[in-house]
Design a protein around this ligand. Structure first.
Ligand code: NAD
Ligand code: MG
Length: 398
């Protein structure tokens, strides 16, 4: 039986993880749940799952949760703050950590799981984008097993031979006969919108993704295709890939979740309905297969597969991220921080949709990009970049 901590339990990935656990109660034991500030949602999850521990990043939410649980006569122990999140990620009684906190806030708790040598099911791509080689090195040093949950990376993982699957972060694609990794993306809700109309996009329009149901931040990232940019960086680290070994292609139907091209001309793809329970179940049960509760793919209903090249005029964020990917750790750490601030401002109606790319590009051009040497300097660069991003956001909106 796998013993789980779920970081980001109240979110979209957290909910899908619990759905797979509910589908297979004899295989998964939910030991700890962790989230940001929604104490009511966490209380409901505690009532349903009776975890031994619950952690809330926000201290006041932890206090509320404690009261709710005590009133209910429940024994779940409540932990608080980043320390609490790190504690539940490194419990002795846990072997598997679902890393599904959104954004930079997930870095330290995920790293706590890595340093405790857990099996890490990685959904929190921002953590890897921010820390790259340090994250991969730590997995090796502490014997953590890294399994990709992001649907594209999970699709690539499934299309690679086992010796590569067992060496995430330090595999040799060329030796395995791989010529290219093909990251697919739907192109988001505005793939057919006139570029001149993008300025009028509202948060409600941006988070209405045509194929996937996801949290608000990643939904906006999908609309700008910054998500594919972050995934490009994520793929570089997970698959130890060079620039020449990676490409991005738009596939509006989201049935192929990504592909691997081999030197003999073969292309292997992983397909399925766009439902995160599939990659989550694959990572949770690896190398076995379990029922994810997802309907089988009916090809007679799929109709057509189409593909198109991404247009960087429509998706400037994608270009920014692809360029940053091989220009050093500081560039991707700073880009991630700028983007989180810009997306938050957009969701808060303080910034226009097309200004997200403008802010990201201006911040990247003016941030002091000193290469971070350890996690502390990553966090410091993240913090400084956010301050700069706030200034740029104020100027852009004047
Ligand atoms: P979400 O917004 O639905 O959920 C985010 C979770 O993080 C919530 O549980 C929230 O409480 C928690 N959280 C937020 N701030 C926190 C903080 N400061 N400390 C601790 N916890 C905090 O997001 P999501 O869509 O589930 O995405 C989670 C992660 O998975 C993201 O990194 C995203 O890129 C990645 N991902 C999501 C999907 C998807 O389909 N939703 C697919 C691939 C990858
Ligand atoms: Mg993805």
């Amino acid at each position: 039986m796998r013993k789980l901590t779920i970081l980001g339990a109240t979110g979209s990935i957290g909910g899908s993880t619990l759905a797979v656990a509910a589908q297979n109660p004899e295989l998964f034991d939910v030991v700890a749940l962790a989230a940001g500030s929604n104490s009511q949602k966490m209380f409901e999850l505690c009532c349903q799952w009776q975890p031994k521990y619950a952690a809330m990043a926000c201290e006041s939410a932890a206090a509320e949760l404690r009261i709710l649980l005590t009133q209910q006569g429940m024994a779940t122990e409540v932990l608080a703050g980043e320390t609490g999140l790190c504690q539940v990620a490194s419990l002795d009684e846990v072997d598997t950590v679902m890393a599904a906190i959104v954004g930079a806030a997930g870095l330290m708790p995920t790293m706590a799981g890595v340093k405790a040598g857990k099996r890490i099911l990685l959904a929190n791509k921002e953590a890897l984008v921010m820390s790259g080689q340090m994250f991969i090195d730590a997995c090796r040093e502490y014997g953590a097993e890294l399994l990709p949950v992001d649907s594209e990376h999970n699709a690539i993982f499934q299309s690679l031979p086992e010796q590569v699957q067992r060496a995430m972060g330090h595999c040799d694609l060329e030796a395995a006969g791989v010529s290219k990794i093909l990251l697919t993306g739907s192109g988001g809700p505005f793939r057919y919108t006139e570029v001149s109309e993008l300025a009028a996009v509202t948060p409600a329009m941006a988070i209405a993704h045509p194929n996937w149901s996801m949290g608000p931040k990643i939904s906006v990232d999908s609309a700008t295709m910054m998500n594919k940019g972050l995934e490009f960086i994520e793929a570089r680290w997970l698959f130890n890939a060079t620039r020449e070994q990676m490409d991005v292609i738009i596939h509006p139907q989201s049935v192929i979740h990504s592909m691997v091209q081999y030197k003999d001309g073969s292309v292997l793809a992983q397909m399925g309905l766009p439902d995160m329970r599939t990659p989550i179940a694959c990572a949770m049960s690896y190398p076995e297969r379990v029922d994810a509760g997802v309907a089988p793919l009916d090809f007679s209903q799929v109709g057509e597969f189409t593909f198109l090249k991404p247009d960087f005029a429509r998706y400037p964020c994608l270009k920014l991220a692809m360029d940053a990917c091989f220009s050093g750790q500081a560039a991707t750490t700073a880009l991630n921080a700028a983007n989180e601030e810009a997306v938050a401002a957009f969701l808060d109606n303080r910034l226009g949709f097309i200004d997200i790319a403008r802010v990201n590009s201006q911040v990247l051009a003016s941030a002091p990009l000193v290469e971070p040497t350890d996690l502390e300097s990553v966090i410091e660069l993240d913090r400084m970049t956010r301050v700069l991003a706030q200034e740029v956001i104020r100027k852009v909106t004047l």
